[in-house]
Design a binder for this molecule. Structure first.
Ligand code: ZN
Length: 207
């Protein structure tokens, strides 16, 4: 009875019926509005200015960009896609995810802490969501100190991802200090391109 009484309140128009795409104000369909309606939305981050600098090593910047976009193919994602792979982190016995790998994993956390200490930063490290927020805030800006931090982050992310891939696909596992000096080397050579790095331990970063 209620439905029938509600129907009595409906007002019919003389206009011809037509389809309306609610994602656009004018009701018209566009591919852009479809993309906006279906894409996974994440807050915009102010990375573009430094992440896509032509001074960066492209492969370092690209892997870091994938990480910030939560697009790295970590084992938890592969399992969600239906692939039958181990979920175990190659550095420890925990489950592998971006959150874990950057930098909740004890192995990668130790590496990241060493890099941060080289920057003069002594802080507790967390999983990726917290580190991500910290990086966005701390690394913005154009000072030399920030530039060193940006290079260090990009190199650390790339180094961890390459080491992870190497171990996944049966490569030789590197010790932590070897990875650390690789990152030092990256920072040095990106800051002073063309110069030979003979003794990484002599590198002095701004603290
Ligand atoms: Zn781990």
């Amino acid at each position: 009875m209620r439905v029938i009484s509600e129907l009595g309140n409906l007002v019919f128009s003389e206009e011809v019926d037509r389809w309306v795409w609610k994602e656009n104000v004018d009701g018209g369909f566009t591919q852009k509005s479809l993309w906006e309606a279906t894409r996974a939305k994440a807050p915009r981050v102010s990375l573009a200015k430094w992440l896509w600098s032509t001074k960066n090593v492209p492969r370092h910047a690209f892997v870091t960009w994938l990480l910030f976009q939560n697009k790295l193919s970590t084992r938890d994602r592969l399992c969600r896609w239906g692939m039958h792979v181990s979920t175990q982190c190659v550095f420890c016995s925990c489950s592998e995810s971006q959150e874990h790998l950057f930098f909740a994993c004890e192995f990668t956390a130790q590496l990241w802490r060493l890099v941060l200490q080289k920057l003069g930063l002594y802080r507790r490290t967390c999983g990726w969501q917290q580190e991500r927020a910290w990086c966005i805030e701390y690394l913005k800006g154009r000072s030399l100190k920030r530039r060193i931090g940006q290079i260090a982050l990009m190199s650390t992310v790339h180094t961890i991802w390459m080491e992870r891939n190497g171990r996944v696909f049966g490569g030789v596992a590197s010790f932590l200090d070897r990875l650390y000096y690789r990152i030092l080397n990256d920072v040095y050579t990106e800051l002073a391109p063309g110069e030979e790095l003979r003794r990484p331990s002599k590198i002095r970063w701004l603290a």
